[in-house]
Write a protein of this length. Structure first.
Length: 488
C-alpha cells in the first residue's frame, strides 16, 4: 500500500514549518495532495511525488550516482511503488536498488523522518513510454551511514557510476544549501529515548506493546519511550513528553543517562536510542495507559520468560549487575556470584583518553559545575567500564561524549594510576590510553557532564585540573607507565 495522503501531508507540513517561504513554490505539490488522483502515481499529471536520499558519510560527503537516462550526477531516488508504505520506505528502497546500500547500513539524522529538501523540477516528455512533459515533486530525505562505508553494488542498467562529494560540491543547489545550513556532520547521535524504570525491590517496569505488524516490536515487552520530535529541547525532554503521553501520572523525579543502544526500526533502519534510568516505587495499576496493553513489574529472574528483544534483555541484566547495595537489597533479585577470593577488594576501573593534536596539545574537558565528580575542573575524556573491555569502553566514550571516532587498532596503553581518594573509599584503577589516530572534531555531546573541550600545551596545563589527571600526564611525559595516589 503506497503512502497515505495524511502521511504525505504530515511530511510536507513539517517541511513547510521549517521553510515557510517555500509555500508558494510548492503550490503544485499542495494541489496534487488536494486533487482526486493518487499524488504518488506516475500517471498523475501535471505532476507527482518522487523520493530521494542524501546519504552522508563520516567525512561529511554525500553519495551521488550517475543516471544513464539523463547523464546527470544526482542523489539516489525515483518513483514511489505500490509496496512503499511510507515516503521514507520509498527512499530506502531506491537506495538499495540503485547502490546496494541496505536499510541496516543507514540511520536517521537529527532531522528525523522529515524531508530536508523538496525540489520541483520539470521532466521532458518520453514519447516511447507515452509520458508527456510533467513535473516531479521530489521529497529528499537525509541519512547517515551507520558504520563504515559499505561496498556499492550499482544498478548497471540505470546507474553509470558513483561519487562521494563534499557538501559544497553537492550537485543540487537547494539540497547543497540545506545541508550546509543544517550543520549535519555524519556523526551518529541518538534520536529516540527510553526509560529503564526500576524500584527498590529490584523489579523492572515493562510495557506490553500492541501486537500490530506496523509498530515497533509488536507483541513484546519493552521500555517506555519514543522518538524525538522537532520541538524537543533534549532527549530527556523527549522522554518526559513520551511518558506524559503514554502514561500520564508516571512522574520520575530523577532520570540519569544509562546507555546508548542501537535498535532496528520498522523500515529496517538503525535507530540509536538514549536509555535513561529512573527509580519509581508506585503501582502501575493506578496509572492510565494510553498506548499498549499493560504495565507490570517483573523481577530479574522472570525476564527470560517474557517476549523481550535481546537488546532490552541485555540492558536490564546489565543494569541489575551494576546496582549497589545502596539501591536496596531485593529478595527477588538474582544474587551476584562472588568470584573474588576472600579478602579481595573490588576496584572501580576508569578509562581515559590521551590524545594530541598536530601541535602537541592535549585534549581536556571542563566538567559541569553540578557534576557529581570534579565539578568546574578540567579532566581527560573518561568513563567507567561497564561489562566491556577497557579499549571498547574508550572507543564508546569517545564517540558518545565528544563525537570522536577511534579504531581500537589505533589505541595504546600509556599509564595507570592506582588511586584511593580517602580512607575507606573503594580503590580505583585509572587506565590511560593514547589514540594514535582518530576522526572528527571534539564536540560537547553530554553537556550535563562536560561544558567545553579545549586543547592545552603540556607546559601550560590549567590550575583547575583533576589531581590524578595531572599525575598521569606528568607520568606519560616522563615515560612512566604507573603511579600511585592516596595510599600513604
Amino acid at each position: 500500500m503506497p503512502p497515505t495522503r495524511s502521511h504525505i501531508r504530515q511530511a510536507v507540513d513539517a517541511y513547510l514549518d521549517r521553510h515557510p517561504q517555500e509555500r508558494d513554490a510548492l503550490d503544485g505539490l499542495l494541489a496534487a495532495l488536494d486533487g482526486p488522483a493518487d499524488p504518488c502515481s506516475r500517471a498523475t499529471l501535471p505532476g507527482h511525488i518522487t523520493c530521494s536520499a542524501a546519504i552522508i558519510d563520516r567525512d561529511r560527503r554525500v553519495l551521488h550516482i550517475g543516471h544513464r537516462a539523463t547523464g546527470l550526477l544526482l542523489t539516489p531516488g525515483g518513483h514511489i511503488e505500490a509496496d512503499d508504505h511510507t515516503l521514507l520506505a520509498a527512499a530506502l528502497r531506491e537506495v538499495r536498488e540503485e547502490t546496494g546500500i541496505r536499510s541496516g547500513d543507514l540511520c536517521l539524522t537529527p532531522l528525523l523522518d522529515a524531508p530536508i529538501d523538496v525540489d520541483v523540477h520539470d521532466i521532458d516528455a518520453r514519447h516511447h513510454r507515452g509520458e508527456p512533459e510533467h513535473r516531479h515533486f521530489d521529497l529528499r530525505f537525509v541519512f547517515y551511514l551507520a558504520h563504515k562505508t559499505p561496498e556499492l553494488v550499482l544498478q548497471d542498467e540505470e546507474v553509470s557510476g558513483a561519487q562521494w562529494r563534499p557538501f559544497d560540491e553537492v550537485s543540487s543547489p537547494t539540497l547543497r544549501a540545506k545541508l550546509l545550513e543544517a550543520g549535519l556532520d555524519g556523526r551518529i547521535e541518538p534520536v529516540n529515548a527510553s526509560a529503564l524504570i526500576f524500584d527498590d525491590a529490584g523489579r523492572y517496569l515493562l510495557h506490553l506493546r500492541d501486537n500490530y505488524p506496523d509498530i515497533w516490536e509488536p507483541g513484546a515487552f519493552a521500555l517506555l519511550g519514543g522518538g524525538r520530535e522537532p520541538g524537543d529541547r533534549s532527549l530527556e525532554a523527549t522522554l518526559r513528553r513520551e511518558l506524559a503521553e503514554e502514561v500520564p501520572g508516571l512522574h520520575l523525579s530523577d532520570l540519569k543517562p544509562f546507555a546508548v543502544e542501537e535498535a532496528t526500526g520498522i523500515d529496517g533502519i538503525r535507530v540509536p536510542i538514549q536509555i535513561f534510568a529512573g527509580r519509581w516505587n508506585g503501582d502501575p495499576d493506578a496509572l492510565t495507559l494510553n498506548e499498549g496493553i499493560l504495565l507490570r513489574w517483573f523481577p530479574r529472574e522472570m525476564l527470560h520468560r517474557l517476549p523481550l528483544s535481546p537488546s532490552t534483555a541485555d540492558l536490564l541484566h546489565r543494569h541489575a549487575d551494576q546496582r549497589t547495595p545502596a539501591n536496596g537489597p531485593s529478595s527477588s533479585a538474582r544474587p551476584v556470584r562472588e568470584e573474588a577470593p576472600g579478602g579481595t577488594e573490588l576496584h572501580v576501573v576508569g578509562v581515559h583518553l590521551y590524545v594530541e593534536d598536530g601541535r602537541g596539545r592535549l585534549l581536556l574537558g571542563l566538567r559541569h559545575p553540578d557534576s557529581a565528580y570534579a565539578g568546574n575542573l578540567w579532566h581527560f575524556l573518561a568513563g567507567h567500564c561497564e561489562r566491556e573491555s577497557a579499549v571498547s569502553c574508550l572507543v564508546r566514550e569517545a564517540e558518545e561524549e565528544a563525537g570522536l571516532i577511534i579504531d581500537p587498532a589505533d589505541v595504546e596503553f600509556v599509564h595507570a594510576v592506582h588511586l584511593v581518594d580517602s580512607p575507606g573509599a573503594r580503590p580505583r584503577i585509572q587506565l590511560v590510553f593514547r589514540a594514535r589516530a582518530w576522526s572528527g572534531a571534539p564536540r560537547v555531546l553530554e553537556p550535563d557532564r562536560c561544558v567545553e573541550w579545549r586543547w592545552w600545551q603540556p607546559k601550560d596545563l590549567p590550575a583547575e585540573l583533576v589531581a590524578y589527571t595531572r599525575t598521569a600526564i606528568e607520568g606519560i611525559l616522563a615515560g612512566r607507565l604507573y603511579s600511585e595516589m592516596g595510599w600513604q
